[in-house]
Design a protein. Structure first.
Lengths: 421, 285
């Protein structure tokens, strides 16, 4: 009687085991996909955090750089340092004298090589006349060659025989160094992959999210509180409620079109700026925040409201003293998730012109700027091999920010939960 | 703990009640009398089209405990919530008739409901302390009503209220710990402390012990006994034993009407109405 011999019972046990197996399988499938996604991005992107430089002995000649004392920052910014770097490179290869050969040789250098000299001089303005050893970046193609992303031979090779020979000689002499690429984290965008940095996009996204937060957080809470606590339950409020939910499902590109039509064309706000980007993103974040806030206001125990009212608090006091503080963790979690969505949003930013090439790092939300997802889009479109790794690295950066924001949401949720219990 | 019902003091009071009840039957001018705290005359309540209460009349005697008993859904909580206008927040709730506190109509247009509730406090069925510290719970009322300005004054009121509610000794070392960490009985006494922190003349208690064990219940009943020295208390209860232990006057509600009201002893020992008799002898309810 009590054994599992019973046919029906055996069937039930089998069904249960099957169901569990399906669950484990689907979890494994999801984990595998996630693993390959992260693996492919990291494996193709981590090299972007490094670049090669060549160690050159450079004579700092004031005349050749066309600068005259006083060597203030402004004066030094105007200097021409490419000749200094070129001569230093030519000095490594005394046998190369032909003009055409020398031009090929100088193409080993990145167009940003002279900027290294400039930055050194700005940091040490009294160095003219001295001879220094300085590491300057090499051109992206050689960087990619070093990282074995480009072939040395075959069709469509991008190097001449001579250039490969010079490059090999520099490597043999130990002058080529593999360095952490600070410029990728600290610089703005560039046409040259070895010089392109992500800081402009990070700062642009930060300002856009800041504007988005400042607009959508107070508006969202006010709207949700009014709808949930004060609004009469009429047909009109029901229509508004339904449309807020609809708004959350509107494709983001439409918000971009709206921003283009209204904020740029009617109000004449500056194009390509984080200000307009943030306003457009806040249109998308608002419904998310309103929905999350309403849900958490609704979950506040009615007993707390009654207690407040019975103590002679006015309805507004009850909301601000008792309901909103209890609803705040849910509201904040919803807000952070809304902002994380906004951070990854590309289409509306394309519509308001944040897709333009901007090399400067913005200093205010009113400066034209890139944004992280748009930067990824721009780099992914670029033909040069050097931008492939930049694309993946930028994805790593945006994912890191997303993980951090979601982590923050989890921390807020668990901390306040334990406090209430 | 249960044996104080028949003290000399309360017998005196009960005699008074009986005399006054007889008086009020003879003359209608009873609400001008000093020891009638609150009067309900012809109170009917509707939720939308549905009538919840029909023509309720009762005088609430000052500094006494009035118990409202009756089966579930008979309207006793609805009636209680009329007395400090907590029904105002329910959509579609309409109150007819007249309820007066110290002779003043509480539904008059000139009455500020916030001020009314500061005079008529309320304790709910489920303990509902604010999810803040113990201290903040008892300091909140004096703060919003401006009863105290300085920190010292607020502290003094908070400590006094906790002492009156018999909770101070248990919580004095953790005044700033969250109130939600207290036991159910302590939470309910904290809610009472919070209600009396603003010196209400009346306290409405809606089944305050239904979520508590017998020991915590006994402590609350002790406390009510002490509070009635200064405060008029109305308690809604499902427990007839509780009504007979703590109250001097009892009203029996049945299906939206007040079937019988009178001195507690009379209601429990010699009820006039057949429905009351059936209910207290356990024939229904």
């Amino acid at each position: 009687m009590l054994t599992t011999n019973n046919k029906r019972l055996q069937k039930r046990h089998r069904a249960e085991a099957r169901f569990r197996a399906y669950g484990v399988l689907s979890l494994m499938a999801a984990a595998t996909v996630l693993f390959f996604l992260i693996f492919s991005i990291v494996s193709s992107g981590y090299t972007a955090f490094f670049r090669i430089t060549v160690l050159l002995v450079i004579e700092l000649d004031a005349e050749q750089s066309a600068v005259a004392p006083p060597y203030s920052r402004d004066v030094l910014m105007q200097g021409r340092y490419r000749p200094l770097v070129k001569s230093a490179l030519y000095a490594q290869f005394p046998g190369v004298t032909d003009r055409r050969e020398r031009r090929d040789l100088s193409r080993l250098l990145s167009p940003g090589a002279e900027l290294a000299v400039r930055d050194y001089l700005i940091a040490h303005p009294d160095s003219f006349g001295k001879t220094i050893a300085l590491e300057v970046p090499l051109a992206s193609d050689f960087d990619q060659l070093f990282k074995q992303h480009l072939p040395r031979s075959g069709d469509n090779i991008r190097f001449s025989e001579d250039q490969l020979q010079w490059y090999d000689q520099l490597r043999k002499e130990g002058l080529i160094r593999y360095r952490f690429n600070m410029q990728f984290l600290l610089g703005g965008d560039s046409r040259y992959p070895e010089l392109a940095g992500i800081r402009g996009a990070v700062v642009g996204s930060f300002y856009a999210l800041l504007v988005c937060f400042l607009l959508s957080f107070p508006l969202g809470i006010a709207a949700a509180t009014y709808l949930e606590e004060f609004a009469p339950k009429t047909r009109l409020t029901r229509i508004i409620e339904a449309n807020i939910n609809n708004l959350a499902a509107v494709p983001s590109v439409i918000f971009g079109l709206l921003g283009l039509a209204i904020f740029l064309n009617v109000f004449g706000l500056p194009r390509s700026t984080p200000l307009v980007g943030g306003i457009v993103l806040s249109l998308m974040t608002l419904p998310t925040i309103i929905i999350a806030t309403r849900a958490s206001i609704r979950s506040v125990s009615p007993g707390i409201r009654q207690a407040g009212l019975a103590m002679g608090a006015s309805p507004v006091q009850v909301v601000f003293h008792h309901v909103l503080p209890v609803a705040m963790p849910g509201t904040l979690t919803g807000t952070i998730i809304g902002l994380a969505q906004a951070l990854g949003e590309t289409a509306p930013l394309l519509m308001i012109g944040m897709v333009a090439f901007i090399a400067n790092v913005p200093t205010t939300p009113l400066d034209a700027s890139a944004a992280l997802p748009v930067q990824i889009f721009l780099w992914a479109e670029s033909a040069e091999r050097g931008f492939v790794e930049k694309t993946s690295a930028a994805i790593m950066v945006i994912m890191m920010f997303l993980i951090m924001m979601n982590l923050l949401a989890v921390i807020i949720r668990t901390r306040t939960q334990s406090k209430v219990e | 703990m249960m044996n104080y019902v028949m003290t000399a003091d309360s017998t005196d009071t009960n005699d008074n009640v009986i005399r006054k009840m007889q008086d009020s039957l003879e003359s209608e001018a009873s609400n001008s009398r000093a020891d009638i705290k609150m009067t309900a005359e012809g109170v009917s309540v509707f939720y939308g089209a549905e009538q919840a209460l029909d023509d309720i009349n009762i005088d609430i005697h000052s500094k006494q405990i009035t118990a409202l008993i009756g089966p579930s859904g008979c309207g006793k909580t609805t009636f209680l919530r009329c007395l400090n206008r907590m029904n105002d927040v329910i959509d579609g709730c309409r109150v007819n008739g007249r309820i007066s506190l110290d002779g003043e109509d509480i539904y008059a247009p000139s009455v500020d409901v916030v001020s009314l509730r500061s005079h008529v406090g309320m304790v709910f069925q489920k303990p509902n302390p604010f999810p803040k510290s113990i201290f903040e719970n008892v300091a909140y009322g004096p703060k919003i009503h401006g009863h105290a300005q300085t920190r010292e004054e607020i502290e003094e009121i908070a400590v006094r209220s906790l002492k009156k509610a018999g909770l101070f000794e248990e919580v004095k070392d953790r005044l700033h710990a969250p109130a939600t960490g207290l036991s159910g009985g302590q939470q309910q006494r904290l809610c009472i402390a919070r209600a009396i922190s603003i010196n209400p003349g009346m306290l409405l208690m809606d089944e305050p012990c239904s979520a508590l064990d017998p020991i915590a219940t006994a402590r609350i009943e002790d406390l009510m006994w002490e509070l009635k020295e200064n405060i008029t208390i109305i308690i809604v209860t499902h427990s007839m034993q509780q009504a007979s232990r703590v109250s001097q006057q009892t009203g029996f509600f049945h299906m939206g009407v007040m079937a019988e009201v009178g001195p507690t002893e009379q209601i429990f020992q010699n009820p006039v109405d057949q429905r009351t008799r059936d209910y207290i002898t356990g024939r229904f309810g």
